[in-house]
Design a protein around this ligand. Structure first.
Ligand code: CA
Length: 230
């Protein structure tokens, strides 16, 4: 089945360019202009990934992302922001409110397809074991659900991918660059700071005291290490 991508973008020309390029690579897409009804339309369509413009005529893309994260139907759907603004504040804000990634306009069709593939890649891997466990952590890969001591965690798509990587590789230190390579894959424009933002948010979910983490610790001057003692 072709993957379905929602394009929430009010610039019609850009939206149809994206739609054209996704179509060439076998993706189905749905263009939404970004209005007050967009959330409902997304819930109805249940896309596999959402490309979300920040500057929309009726609702702010950030606000829409917050609503997406609160929607039981869409909370796990990857969200990639599209924006003309490129400063770090916007980038970090976008990630903190639940975005998985960020693309600054103008971007090339090649970059677009690489990002889309990277975010959909996980679901296409069928050879992996369905369940992954380490200490109190258990991941149900096909359902993309994660549990800590039986309690279900509320993770975004990228947070899930990051936890999945750590649970599969406990006890080893990884640099930010290695994590970008392994978890973010083909995306080239992600800064190491992105890793820190997602690690911080993951700690809030998996650590009893996020400020003094037991599981996901900082390896000073290098990166991070995950340990899950039983
Ligand atoms: Ca716009």
């Amino acid at each position: 089945m072709p993957k379905r991508i929602a394009i929430v973008e009010d610039e019609a020309e850009l939206a149809s360019l994206i739609e054209y390029n996704l179509g060439r690579h076998g993706y189905e897409s749905l263009v939404l202009g970004g209005s007050r009804d967009t959330l409902k339309a997304l819930e109805h369509a249940r896309p596999d990934l959402i490309l979300l413009d920040v500057m929309l005529p009726e609702v702010d893309g950030f606000e829409l992302c917050r609503q997406i994260r609160q929607s039981p139907v869409l909370c796990r759907t990857p969200v990639v922001f599209l924006t003309a603004r490129s400063d770090e504040v916007d980038r970090v804000l976008g990630l903190e409110i639940g975005g998985d990634d960020y693309m600054t306009k103008p971007f090339s069709p090649r970059e677009l397809i690489a990002r889309v593939k990277a975010h959909l890649r996980r679901e296409d891997m069928e050879a992996e074991p369905a369940a992954l466990e380490s200490g109190p952590f258990r991941l149900d890969r096909p359902a993309r659900r994660a549990f800590a001591a039986g309690r279900e965690l509320s993770l975004t798509s990228t947070e899930f991918n990051l936890l999945e990587f750590f649970v599969a590789h406990p006890g080893r230190a990884y640099s930010r660059e290695q994590l970008l390579e392994s978890v973010w894959g083909e995306q080239r424009n992600v800064s190491p700071r992105t890793v820190d933002v997602h690690v911080r948010r993951l700690r809030e979910q998996i650590e009893e005291q996020p400020d003094s983490p037991r599981h996901l610790t900082t390896v000073r001057g290098f990166g991070y290490r995950f340990e899950a003692p039983v």
